[in-house]
Ligand binder design. Structure first.
Ligand code: MN
Length: 493
């Protein structure tokens, strides 16, 4: 890395300042998402995670001579659904090719993939970054097999191979080089994962390696022609994607500004050191000697099959967001938070149905999500059901309880369970709207604090103190609006 240079702030937030002026980062992503399917792409072996090594391996996956691959219909349907979810061209005919290379965890000596004729063509994904909406082009989506796994840390003298993953179906989703910052790249992968989860076509679980991103990065002066890119392989978390891009862009800028050139290469991201390192010089497509797999016919189906799948596609995050904003009058921000996971959106919708949407959103986002986060729980594990939270929202909406009491009630339902309306009834938590009772409480506070009453006459902001006292003496149950009004009248404010 070159010596530190003094650089001005960049002229736009999507540019990076260098010693010779601003630079633009160009990013394209190749995301590998494991297809949600019980069995593999070309065999009936299980895709179950965490099994004993080599326990989910058919003769096809082990590449025994003479074994023939048989396409898994469900994996094809999943790829089509994903294509539809990406608003992409679904190709009625696609071809499986052999991508030839040697590696110990690839017993066939080739990966069955799709090259010239992928199952899905161009589409797009919309992302929101810093209040701006950006359309990211999808170049293609193709189906391919995953490889096995080499284990190097089991024994000092040997490496082992686990073929459980061998032959598992992957969708490789290739974006156009439309991304211009690490933040945009992170938003893109996050959004893509949300779409896959809504569709149920991949669980997108990055911790299990079910979603990995290859990140292509190059830099150029704004308006100049594209620079040489480097591909950072298999980045497996959203945070690392951001770090890898930041590091790589700066590395390339420093090299060019020092008079050097970028070698096209494949790099890996070392998450412990936060840096990218060279793995190998980049291979070109012709190095793999792609050719159509003679064991597999071209994959063909009719438009009516695609239409059938389309007809039962679930509502997608963008549509849901728009609907929530319209029918529940939510802000874009609140709607984003709620639709990020399908389960959260469903929960919210149950709470909001027939109620004040904005109030329901506040309770789901602030109280429920806040509490779930604090306890590290997923929404599926929430001790407060959507029906119970709906009950709490009803009690607030009808003025039966104050906002403060509602928080206590939420706490009770969270820890003890039960029907919110019953709890309020049995524990006498109902808001006091009876002005006679409130007046009595106000009088008691005024009588006990003559000097404060004098001060309040000169300083009307003292009213807040009185309100606080009355609320305290009524156990938070007095209707705050009524308390305010009565206090103002009695204090002559
Ligand atoms: Mn691939």
């Amino acid at each position: 890395m070159s010596s530190q240079k003094v650089a001005e702030k960049p002229k736009s937030k999507n540019l990076i300042a260098g010693a010779t002026g601003d630079w633009e980062v160009i990013i394209g992503m190749e995301v590998h998402a494991q297809v949600a399917s019980k069995s593999k792409l070309f065999s009936g072996a299980s895709t179950g995670f965490g099994a004993e090594p080599n326990s989910h391996v058919s003769l096809v996956d082990a590449a025994m001579p003479g074994m023939l691959p048989v396409i898994n219909r469900e994996c094809v349907a999943q790829a089509i659904r994903t294509g539809l979810g990406l608003k992409a061209q679904v190709n009625l005919k696609s071809v499986f090719d052999r991508k030839n290379y040697f590696y110990p965890d690839l017993p066939q000596g080739y990966q069955i993939s799709q090259y010239k004729q992928p199952i899905v063509g161009e589409g797009e994904v919309e992302i929101d970054v810093d209040g701006e909406t950006l359309k990211v082009g999808i170049e293609r989506l193709h189906l391919e097999q995953d490889a096995g796994k080499s284990l190097h840390d089991q024994h000092p003298d040997y490496s082992y191979v686990d073929l459980n993953r061998s032959g598992v179906a992957l969708m490789e989703i290739v974006s156009k080089p439309d991304l211009r910052s690490s933040k945009q790249a992170q938003a893109y992968v996050t959004k893509l994962r949300t779409i896959l989860r809504y569709l149920g076509t991949s669980d997108g679980d990055m911790e299990k390696g079910n979603l990995r991103a290859d990140v292509n990065v190059s830099v150029r002066k704004p308006g100049a022609k594209l620079g040489t890119r480097c591909e950072i392989k298999n980045v497996n978390s959203i945070r690392f994607i951001g770090q890898a891009i930041e590091y790589e862009a700066r590395r390339q800028i420093d090299i060019i500004e020092d008079g050097g050139t970028i070698d096209q290469e494949t790099r890996l991201f070392d998450s412990a050191k936060g840096e990218t390192r060279s793995m190998r010089s980049k291979e070109e497509a012709h190095d793999y000697r792609y050719f159509p797999d003679p064991d597999l016919l071209p994959l063909e189906y009719t438009q009516s099959y695609v239409d059938e799948l389309k007809a039962v596609l679930p509502e997608l995050p963008d549509e849901k967001r728009a609907r929530f904003m319209k029918s529940f009058r939510l802000s874009g921000y609140d709607a984003d938070v709620l639709v990020a996971e399908r389960s959260s959106a469903d929960y919210f919708e149950t709470v909001a149905k027939g109620r004040d949407g904005k109030l329901a959103a506040n309770w789901v986002i602030n109280e429920l999500f806040g509490r779930l986060n604090k306890e590290g729980k997923a929404i599926e594990e929430s001790p407060v059901s959507a029906a119970q939270l709906g009950g709490i929202v009803d009690l607030i909406g009808s003025n039966a309880i104050s906002g403060k009491i509602a928080k206590d009630l939420f706490e009770i339902v969270w820890t003890e369970g039960g029907d919110p309306a019953d709890i309020v009834e049995k524990r006498g938590m109902k808001q006091v709207t009876d002005t006679g009772a409130i007046e009595k409480a106000v009088d008691a506070i005024i009588t006990a604090n003559p000097e404060k009453v004098e001060q309040a006459k000169a300083k009307p902001s003292m009213l807040g103190w009185f309100v606080g006292q009355v609320m305290k003496s009524t156990g938070g149950k007095a209707n705050p609006a009524a308390v305010n009004e009565i206090l103002k009248a009695k204090l002559g404010l």
